[in-house]
Ligand binder design. Structure first.
Ligand SMILES: [Zn+2]
Length: 253
């Protein structure tokens, strides 16, 4: 059996969650024919970056984390949560100084760390904040890791391991050499813990495009080296007046 990441042959491969465990990966996307143990371990740093982006969603939707642990927020400097007696409890530090919460030091939420615009209205008993999406440099490699996994699932592991997809492999493993790889975020989100993926079929397209939904948020990923599928898709979406967010943000040349 071939590992799609190191391309080495193994008698037995490791259990791979095509969409990281802890983000409600459906059973059909838990595979034993995709990645070897060492690659699975070394690429877990990429998965963690994606889980961090969705920690807030896991708490809101009460999606269990890895190994069935309760959902939590523990990767953000100014944001924490834990499961209290009456449900999830969330702590946010609006600044300016550090505070102690549940025995831990909580730094002020900052735009640099992806959390901003903290507001509290004591009269109404409401509070809110903004979480920036995609500010982690491993966010795009994590989305493209799912893309190559999906080639293995929807086509075959041999096709995923072919030289045609080396550009994705190097982007995910080395996190460089592929500044042209992008992803599109659909404006519409579903409020629900819905996770899954499907191939976006189009006649004449050699490299598949995938629609990946993670806890209600949808991304489109193009596996072609020139990203032509995504470019066509964006042109159509813009014509139809559907604004979508692109990662990384386009650079005006
Ligand atoms: Zn491997």
């Amino acid at each position: 059996m071939i590992c799609i990441w190191c391309k080495k042959d193994f008698d037995k491969l490791s259990i791979e969650h095509v969409i990281p465990e802890g983000l409600a990966c459906p059973d059909e996307l838990v595979r034993t024919d995709v990645a070897c143990g060492p690659c699975n371990n070394s690429l877990s740093r990429v998965d963690r970056a994606l889980v961090k982006q969705f920690e807030l969603h896991t708490v809101i939707h009460r999606v269990p984390r890895k190994n069935g642990k309760p959902p939590m927020i523990n990767s953000w400097k100014g944001l924490r949560s834990r499961m209290g007696a009456n449900g999830p409890e969330m702590f946010i530090n609006g600044g300016p100084g550090a505070v102690k919460v549940a025995g831990e030091t909580l730094q002020p939420a900052s735009k640099k760390d992806g959390v901003s615009d903290v507001w509290i209205k004591p009269d109404e008993g409401t509070a809110g904040f903004r979480q920036q999406f995609g500010n982690d440099r491993r966010f795009l490699p994590a989305i493209h890791k799912i893309g190559l996994n999906l080639i293995a699932v929807c086509k075959s592991p041999q096709i995923a391991a072919s030289a045609r997809y080396d550009h994705i492999r190097s982007f995910v493993r080395l996190e460089k050499d592929a500044v042209h790889l992008s992803a599109v975020l659909e404006k519409e989100t579903i409020f629900g813990a819905v996770t899954g993926a499907n191939m976006v079929e189009k006649a004449g397209r050699q490299d598949p495009m995938f629609r990946i939904m993670i806890l209600g948020t949808t991304f489109f990923v193009d596996t072609s080296p020139d990203q032509s599928g995504l470019r066509d898709f964006r042109a159509t979406a813009t014509m139809m007046g559907e604004p979508s967010y692109v990662f990384p943000e386009p650079v005006n040349t």
